[in-house]
Write a protein that binds this ligand. Structure first.
Ligand code: BES
Ligand code: ZN
Ligand code: ZN
Length: 466
């Protein structure tokens, strides 16, 4: 993995090329301050300070960069991320036109992430340019390196082929992070799940021998601090089970552990920030496979909570593994639970790949989460827990069915989960895509963290100031 701490370092007056960020609204004003030689140079490069436009100008004995963005008062992480691809390896120093107290957090994050690539499976990797950014804000450096590293962890885990990212590998990734922060770590594997976690066991039955299912748990922090649970769907590959997916529907299902990757990355951020909480991370992990041992449509499984679930569709497996993990989390009485899951295709139909659907049982929490997402350029979109649709989950023979009819698939999935959230617990559920279908500057095609920074900043605001 790229070591982002080498790409964002303290500014100690090193020799560096400066990058001036400009927008069209300020371009003429700035141009007036420039000598004719520079104006001609910009003219020759057709530079007008439009978004993503770049020009090189001469300094006395070196060169510097001017870069256009849409609004210098509102720098998103992605506005400068396209610049590195056009610049050689060197040290750089950014300034925003006319601003004294420059907030370069977002810009620096995009800068770092523009160096992300997933090359572990290529025989030859082309040499990559290293653009080192200098910053006088030392606290910002640690914070942004931490965030970039967490996002890269999500991308790497999701991009890794399923043969190398089974439940066993997910466990190893978690163990590594637990060790780094000296967190308590425990795992219940395989048939040992049958009594305590029957739904996780049921989803994992088909691949029990080859890729044993498991519940991975981590606990960290002072027991007197408020307890929170972070939970992630860790389906290492989703074939659909006996309700098997089409080839096209299955093609990207290595990313069905994306929720687990988000949960782990969020846990890493919480622990690295030493947020004053008692953290409980839970990742139910299984491969949803096909075999003579597979769970069948029509089977009924008694959940950890005692509620009996009729399996209407084996492809609605994420909510099953999450349900038992929720029950375990709730037994320890957290005040707040947040989960991430690549739960439904319906959420993608509704909101497309960029926007995670966010469901929440508490209005203040929902508002704060949306604001955190908006403020940090990690937008989330709230959908309703519309209780009347609970009827769609009625089973003919058991307490509940794991899938409803053909309407409101993201909402019925969330309502299913809500049955396993006990009263008094604030709960937020991200139905996220964990994937970027097309490449954009700083955001290559492939695994992507969506909702991670919204949740992180939300938690920081809720707990850091207490
Ligand atoms: N992992 C899928 C959801 C998914 C599909 C996410 C495509 C992103 C892209 C999940 O396990 C699933 O298959 N859900 C079904 C539920 C249905 C059977 C009720 C779905 O969304 O079609
Ligand atoms: Zn599925
Ligand atoms: Zn799935």
């Amino acid at each position: 993995m790229t070591d982002y701490s080498k790409l964002l370092i303290a500014d100690q007056g090193q020799k560096a090329h400066s990058i001036l960020l400009l927008d069209q609204a300020h371009f003429q004003e700035w141009l007036l301050t420039q000598p004719q030689k520079i104006r001609d140079l910009l003219d020759a490069q057709s530079f007008k300070a439009g978004p993503f436009e770049i020009a090189i100008i001469n300094d006395e004995d070196s060169w510097s960069v001017v870069y256009g963005m849409s609004d210098i008062n509102n720098p998103s992480p992605w506005c400068l991320a396209g610049a590195t691809a056009k610049l050689p390896s060197a040290h750089y120093r950014i300034s925003i036109y006319g601003q004294e107290n420059q907030d370069l957090k977002n810009t620096a994050l995009g800068w770092l992430l523009s160096h992300y690539s997933f090359d572990s499976y290529r025989s030859k990797t082309p040499p990559k340019a290293q653009h080192i950014l200098l910053s006088t804000d030392v606290a910002m450096i640690d914070e942004i390196v931490k965030q970039a590293t967490a996002i890269a962890l999500v991308r790497d885990m999701v991009n890794t082929p399923p043969i190398d990212m089974g439940p066993n590998n997910i466990e190893k990734q978690c163990a590594k992070i637990a060790k780094k922060h000296k967190a308590e770590f425990s795992v219940i594997r395989g048939d040992a799940l049958e009594t305590g976690y029957p739904l996780i066991h049921a989803v994992g039955m088909a691949a029990m021998r080859e890729h044993a299912p498991r519940l991975i748990e981590m606990e960290w922090g002072d027991k007197n601090h408020p307890r929170i649970a972070i939970i992630g769907k860790g389906i290492s590959f989703d074939t659909g089970g006996l309700d098997i997916k089409s080839a096209a529907g299955m093609r990207l299902m290595k990313k069905d552990m994306g929720g687990a990757a988000h949960a782990l990355a969020l846990a890493d951020l919480i622990m690295a920030s030493r947020l004053p909480v008692r953290l409980h991370m839970l990742i139910p992990s299984a491969e949803n496979s096909v075999s003579a041992h597979a769970l069948r449509p029509g089977d009924v499984v008694k959940s950890r909570k005692g509620m009996r679930v009729e399996i209407h569709n084996t492809d609605a497996e994420g909510r099953l593994v999450l349900a038992d993990a929720f029950t375990k989390a709730a037994e320890l009485e957290p005040e707040l639970m947040i989960n991430f899951a690549t739960l439904t295709g319906a959420a993608r139909v509704a909101l497309g790949p960029d926007l995670p659907a966010f469901f929440c049982n508490d209005d203040d929490m929902a508002q704060a989460m949306r604001k955190a997402g908006q403020d940090h350029y990690d937008p989330v979109w709230q959908l309703p827990l519309w209780h009347e649709y609970n009827d769609m989950l009625t089973s003919d023979i058991a307490d509940i069915s794991n899938a409803g009819g053909s309407f409101a698939g993201a909402i019925t999935a969330a309502l299913f989960l809500q049955n396993f959230v006990e009263d008094g617990i604030k709960w937020g559920h991200f139905d996220t895509f964990a994937w970027a279908p097309t490449a954009r500057p700083g955001r290559p095609k492939g695994g992507e963290a969506l909702g991670l920074r919204a949740a992180y900043h939300f938690l920081t605001q809720q707990y850091a100031a207490r």
